[in-house]
Design a protein around this ligand. Sequence first.
Ligand code: FES
Length: 106
Amino acid sequence: MTEFIKAADLSDIREGKLYPVDIDGEPVCLTKIDGTIYAFSDNCTHISGPLNRGELDGCVITCPLHGARFDITNGKVLRGPARYDLITFPVKIEENSVLVGLPDDE
Ligand code: FES
């Protein structure tokens, strides 16, 4: 089950800008690309570099620590040293709120 939690106001998320939030202790980064909002883990899968301080070029984020790259639309690793895909989260818009879906605790 996925629980959708308010992460930001719609107006907070700007095209091509990174917006870090903490959702129930989970560091999540939001951005908007071509009008679509994406949410992904703010922890690089290499050794947890803060991706919100990385560089976003189109849909590709580059980790500020050792340069791993991920496609933030699907989390795929595009360049090492990271070996594992990034966690991405579903996003819903309700009125002026951005909701992010986190898996329920089991
Ligand atoms: S922590 Fe991201 S590449 Fe090393």
